[in-house]
Design a protein around this ligand. Structure first.
Ligand code: MLC
Ligand code: AMP
Length: 508
């Protein structure tokens, strides 16, 4: 496989800015130097974890892992004890890569730590020369204290990342993404969006899921363009970096676009910044038509939606020059096969905007399997077609319109996929909880908010809502905490004792 990041090696402009995160700026030369040095340190490891804070250290760590051909497991730095123990036990990383100033939790005590150095001492200016002397390195970068950029793996099936994603029940599963899948998806997006080295991508997405990490970090670096990460989402940050800051593209989840839409009235600087961007892209959940309309009315720009999934990377996108298509996620990307399938397994051919089926996809963008779970991997496929669990119709022009999900126990909140089962298990761990059920209900900001239905052990002194939210946040992660807690005397159950979520008051 050719170089994953051509701009780090041959003939690129080494002085071009690659990444700006807060106070840290790295040119392509600086990134090659920092990631090259780290790649040498981790070479040969089976897997490494990355303490994926929203900063330049995460970028260097993941680039180093790709250069070394070592799969990286990004860790949410806010992951709670229970979830962290699961991910570490499941993925058994030989080291964790972290920023020197990062405080790591006790759960990582047994994993050796490697500090990411943004500016390794002794490494001079980078010069790339071909490997003529059989050093095993493609490029030898010389200067005071030469640093070697390792030969990247030839096999495109070598895993690049293992990204954890929630299922309906039980703890999250590790999705193994090969170099082939990541490259194919990014290159298909580049084609659809005319994404080039001239683009400056602005975003504030977390770097432990595919939206922020694959699209938002590996995307601009594969193109040889620039990434500006805001650290944390804010209207001011978007205004600054897209406006005078020179950003050309914005990636966000619908919650972020909703907050931008709320702020547009009376904020000419934000309006100008959005109007001046080349491309505004939303994904990870549906952007409500009302938010599309508010943004277009104020800025004259349409937000382009694309549809993806951790297991499949990107499947479809609205084409930027094809006119506005609010409510659809566009057409399949180059190389992606997409079909709708009925409950009985028959393939639906109608492009009538009405016939609903499950979305199945195939193509080079697909994952290699769930780490260590061959049965779960097999169950996710129908032949070589991956069952997404998303329900959709096709419009007459082929655009895909998502209409729901097969599993009601999957909640999308703020663009995060969250399994009801993992929260129920965490709640049942609390000494004050006898029974628990978790559902999602519509929320104008988050898309869906997590609701916990709880039967307390002692109805006279039930645990407080804040206590239960903190319990889930500490055990799993803050974004998995219930936003609403409702108390019941008993959960509705069928004759077999199964909880009937549809019979919860006001649910279903
Ligand atoms: C509140 N907080 C608590 C807490 N209550 N912390 C601990 N215990 C408690 N009880 C804190 C949080 O730590 C955080 O701190 C703050 O309150 C708010 O937390 P939040 O719930 O995360 O923030 P919110 O404002 O609701 O976040 C909105 C958001 C976020 C949009 C910024 O949801 C987000 O980043 N979403 C992106 C998800 C994403 O990338 N999905 C892609 C999946 S891949 P502080 O310090 O932050 O204030 C995929 C495929 C595809 O879907 O197609 O893309
Ligand atoms: P995740 O497993 O976290 O990667 O989330 C993948 C899921 O996010 C998909 O199966 C969809 O349900 C949802 N999703 C992603 N993009 C969109 C979009 N543009 N519109 C609606 N849902 C989306």
């Amino acid at each position: 496989m050719s170089a994953f990041f051509p701009a780090l090696t041959a003939g690129a402009d080494p002085g071009r800015t690659a990444v700006r995160c807060g106070a840290d700026t790295l040119t392509y030369e600086g990134l090659a130097r920092a990631a090259g040095a780290l790649a040498d340190r981790i070479a040969g490891a089976e897997r490494v974890a990355v303490w994926a804070t929203s900063g330049a250290h995460t970028v260097v760590a993941v680039v180093a892992a790709l250069l070394a051909g070592v799969p990286a497991v990004p860790l949410n730095p806010r992951t709670g004890e229970r979830e962290l123990a699961h991910v570490l036990g499941d993925s058994t990383p030989s080291a964790v890569l972290a920023g020197p100033a990062d405080a790591l939790p006790a759960g990582l005590d047994g994993v050796s730590r490697i500090d990411v150095d943004l500016a390794p001492a002794g490494a001079g200016p980078v010069r790339t020369v071909p490997d003529a002397v059989g050093t095993g390195h493609d490029d030898v970068r010389t200067g005071p204290g030469p640093v070697l950029l390792p030969a990247e793996p030839d096999d495109p099936e070598v895993p690049a990342l293992v990204v954890y994603t929630s299922g309906t029940t039980g703890p999250p599963k590790g999705v193994v993404l090969s170099r082939r899948a990541v490259a194919a998806s990014l290159d298909a997006l580049a084609g659809a969006w005319s994404w080039t080295a001239d683009d400056v991508l602005v975003h504030a997405l977390p770097l432990f899921h595919v939206h922020g990490l694959v699209l938002g970090v590996l995307g601009p670096l594969r193109r040889g363009g620039e990434l500006r990460h805001l650290g944390a989402f804010s209207v001011e940050g978007v205004t600054r970096e897209l406006g005078a800051g020179g950003g050309t593209m914005l990636f966000g989840v619908p919650t972020m676009y909703h907050r931008l839409a709320d702020a547009l009235a009376g904020d000419p600087a934000l309006t100008g910044a959005l109007a001046g961007a080349r491309l505004l892209v939303s994904g990870s959940a549906a952007l409500p038509v009302h938010d599309h309309e508010r943004i277009t009315a104020a800025t004259g720009r349409t937000v382009v939606e694309r549809y993806g999934m951790t297991e499949t990377l990107m499947n479809t996108s609205v084409l930027p020059d094809g006119g506005p298509r609010p409510g659809t996620v566009g057409v399949p990307l180059a190389g992606v096969g997409l079909r709708l399938v009925d409950d009985d397994g028959s393939v639906l051919g109608a492009y009538d905007g009405e016939t609903v089926g499950e979305v199945q996809v195939r193509g080079p963008n697909l994952f290699s399997g769930y780490l260590g779970r061959p049965e779960a991997t097999a169950a996710a496929f129908d032949g070589d077609w991956f069952r997404t669990g998303d329900m959709a119709v096709r419009d007459p022009d082929g655009a895909v319109r998502l209409v729901g999900r097969r599993a009601t126990d999957l909640i999308k909140s703020g663009g995060y996929k969250i399994g009801a089962g993992e929260i129920e298990n965490a709640l049942l761990d609390h000494p004050g909880v006898r029974e628990a059920a978790v559902t999602g209900e519509p929320d104008p900001d988050l898309g869906e908010r997590i609701v916990a239905w709880v039967v307390p052990v002692d109805p006279g002194s039930p645990p407080t809502d804040a206590e239960l939210a903190a319990h889930v946040a500490e055990s799993l992660a803050p974004h998995k905490r219930p936003r609403v807690v409702r108390h019941l005397d008993a959960l509705p159950r069928n004759d077999m004792g199964k909880i009937l979520k549809k019979a919860l008051p006001g649910a279903g």
